[in-house]
Design a protein around this ligand. Sequence first.
Ligand code: FES
Length: 165
Amino acid sequence: MNAVEQGFQRDLERINQIVEKNGNDRTHLIAILQDIQHEFRFLPEEVLIYLSTVMNIPLSSIYGVATFYGQFSLEPKGKFEIKVCDGTACHVRKSGVIIEAIRKKLGLTAGKKTTDDLKFTFETVSCLGACGLAPVVVINEKVYPQVTPEKISQIIDQYKNEEES
Ligand code: FES
């Protein structure tokens, strides 16, 4: 067995553990997908195919769930997930400028969400429920209030440095 096959075998063992922990029943599919997303930071196609077999659920049904909920991603995500609120309060307080600054800082062209080195994924959200702190940015659950283009540039640098040290 080569390294790729060994890696895939390890993945399958992990999937089996996740299915066993949650219970091999389609009513637990969302919880299982959440655990897989947490483990891999996205839902790999080969894992969904395997899940379809072991859970005896049509692949189309699994994709139906995986694409319905915004929490799931079929593409690899970065280690750090940057969410910028573009709801009304944040928009009024110039979240558009923050969005532009982040895209430029990360070198993300239009339509691209994740950096090539898989360190950062960037997305906009509609309201984070912290309108009094607008404009708001969240990175891996940590909330950054009243962000400016200068501030977000420094914050991203901190994450980059943290990663390199
Ligand atoms: S609109 Fe941004 S936190 Fe509510």
